[in-house]
Design a protein around this ligand. Structure first.
Ligand SMILES: [Zn+2]
Length: 288
């Protein structure tokens, strides 16, 4: 089946091997987002060819497989978690399940089909879908932490914080829709929710905050790995200093994927402990 390629001069040519990889200069402009990755790119492909490329080696292979592993791991973590014993708190549990599973699906689809037809419009749709999934992970995933943190505060303070949190969520979503640049958008889907969670950690360190105390270390670990991953991705380290040497593995985006996987695991631990804490406190209160 013939595949269209782009050349330096913008002239198309075709080849019959879907496994044929190309150099950055052979790609359409919107797919050249990392100037330090020289080769290993898939050429523009049809959807089925993009899907088949999962079975070949190219410079998105590690990105796709790290998140396929993350998806399998997160489903098994959810399935085996003690949350199945918690009969109430359905909304908070749902937020945790969405935050744990959805981002991997968005990322796998984005990385697999990003070169479809070499079409910028399709690429932007896939990028938005991926960003929305990350938004869901960050903001829905933050709901258990915020809910338990404010548990002991007066009702009116809880309402104010709740309205503020949802306003920030909606503003973050609006920004994700508006910003087309993945790295520029990261401040809204990574750093803003992290700021909220770090504020929660500070409050939980005082007598005013609720939640499982043993979960605090995991919150810090999860957000630290997210921040380090975001910084590495934005700084293009290490390929910036060794261009062309990290085209297939261990470039900045690969490292970020691995760190985000770790962050997911730790956030899962945080949410499990917090939801169990909330359930036990509510049962204790109802028995008093
Ligand atoms: Zn990625």
């Amino acid at each position: 089946m013939a595949v269209q390629h782009f050349t330096n001069s913008g002239v198309y040519f075709t080849c019959k091997k879907i496994t044929m990889l190309c150099y950055r200069e052979n790609l359409p402009e919107h797919l050249r987002f990392n100037p330090y990755i020289d080769q290993g790119y898939r050429p523009p492909m049809r959807p089925l060819q993009c899907f088949s490329s999962i079975l070949t080696i190219h410079n998105e292979t590690l990105n796709i497989y790290t998140h396929i592993i993350a998806l399998i791991l997160s489903i098994s973590l959810i399935y085996t978690s003690p949350l199945r014993e918690v009969k109430d708190l359905q909304f908070i549990k749902l937020c945790h399940v969405i935050a744990t599973i959805i981002p991997w699906i968005g990322s796998i689809v984005y990385h697999t089909f990003m070169n479809v037809y070499g079409n910028k419009r399709y690429y932007n749709i896939l990028l938005k879908a991926d960003l929305i999934c990350i938004w869901l992970a960050q903001y829905m995933g933050g709901i258990p932490v915020v809910s338990v943190t404010i548990y002991y505060l007066p009702s009116y303070t809880k309402v104010i914080i709740g309205v503020f949190y949802w306003a920030i969520c909606i503003w973050g979503l609006y920004k994700v829709f508006k910003v087309n640049n993945f790295i520029k958008a990261s401040r809204f889907y990574f750093f803003l929710p992290i700021t909220i969670r770090m504020t929660s950690v500070i409050l939980r360190s005082t007598s005013h905050g609720g939640g499982s105390q043993s979960a605090l270390g995991y919150v810090v670990l999860a957000d630290l790995s997210s921040v380090i991953g975001g910084i590495i991705n934005a700084s293009r380290w290490p390929e910036k200093y060794f261009p062309g040497n990290f085209d297939f593995v261990f470039n900045s985006h690969n490292i970020m994927h691995l760190l985000v996987l770790l962050a997911m695991y730790w956030m899962h631990q945080v949410n499990i402990q917090d939801i169990l804490w909330l359930s036990s406190v509510q049962i204790t209160r109802s028995n008093v």
